[in-house]
Write a protein that binds this ligand. Structure first.
Ligand SMILES: [Zn+2]
Length: 300
């Protein structure tokens, strides 16, 4: 039990052990002492805390310095990388320019869609050699291209109602359409064929190629044994022999076999690589090697 009794200047606390008297001056002294102690403790604590915070600030600012340093280093590294990238890009563009220059000198179109390697490979056959090949191997349409009416290969015979191998391609052509030699060559045959081809011409070209023109109109434009050059008029289309209508039956042969004429119709200087890969029944590698060898022999 506690009892607080306020005298004039005395506080008396009474409990089971008796009463104690506190004079006001004593209380004030104690309060002042505790206050001072508290303030001192607070100051000491504050000093420590401020010191701790200072430490933290130093630590953080050190870290910041470190980070700035690192960021600068990264920036430098990045600059160096960019420099080397720019250098490489410049080198690449120089190489590209060189190739473009070569291509220009060789009369080739710059084909930027091709990879660098493909473009370098293409330079293996020189411009002169490519022109040579295209003068000697049949290429392009021998008549004005009006479309194809019959494909090369197995088909149902339009008249005889059985499977037959169509050894050429049928090109749409009104009677009297001029036919031009698709390559240099010599006329082997220019006469009537009684096996269904009607009036026909066979041209012999270099490297074992032949072209055949069937169902023609009889007009003696070229004679057997006559040499013809690419683009020269050799005759006119017609509807002779076994034919369901006016058209040109066109064949390309290599030694003793017929080939897909469509590849030869579509052959240009631009797609020679594709062409070599399409028609696999001709050993093109061997031909290219022969042409290259011939070229080096000429130089000696
Ligand atoms: Zn035909």
């Amino acid at each position: 039990m506690k009892k607080l009794k306020a005298h004039k200047f005395t506080i008396t606390i009474t409990d089971v052990n008796g009463s104690r008297h506190f004079h006001l001056s004593q209380i004030i002294k104690k309060v002042a002492l505790y206050t001072i102690l508290f303030i001192l403790a607070f100051l000491v604590f504050s000093a420590f805390y401020i010191d701790y915070l200072n430490g933290k600030v130093t630590e953080i600012s050190n870290k910041r310095e470190d980070l700035i340093q690192k960021s600068k280093e990264l920036e430098k590294a990045n600059e160096k990388m960019q420099e080397s990238v720019a250098k490489k890009a410049e080198e690449y563009s120089l190489i590209e320019n060189k190739i473009a220059l070569f291509e220009e000198q060789l009369g080739l179109d710059s084909e930027n869609n091709l990879t660098l390697n493909a473009r370098l490979d293409k330079l293996n056959l020189t411009n002169e050699q490519q022109i040579g090949v295209l003068l000697q191997i049949p290429n392009g349409y021998p008549i004005e291209n009006r479309g194809i009416t019959g494909n090369y290969g197995w088909r149902d015979h339009p008249v005889l109602n059985r499977k037959e191998f169509h050894s050429g391609i049928d090109l749409r052509a009104p009677i009297g359409t001029p036919i031009y030699a698709p390559a240099n060559g010599v006329v082997e045959f220019s006469s009537y064929n009684s096996n269904g081809y009607g009036y026909m011409i066979i041209l012999v070209h270099n490297f074992g190629f032949k072209t055949v023109y069937a169902h023609m109109t009889r007009k003696d434009v070229v004679q057997p044994g006559e040499f013809v050059t690419k683009g020269q008029l050799i005759g006119y289309t017609g509807n002779t022999g076994v034919s369901t209508g006016p058209h040109l039956h066109y064949e390309v042969r290599f030694i003793n076999k017929t080939l897909e004429p469509l590849y030869f119709l579509n052959l240009t200087r631009k797609n020679m690589d594709k062409f070599f890969n399409q028609e696999r029944r001709v050993p093109w590698q061997s031909l290219i090697k022969a042409i290259s060898t011939q070229a080096s022999q000429k130089q000696q």
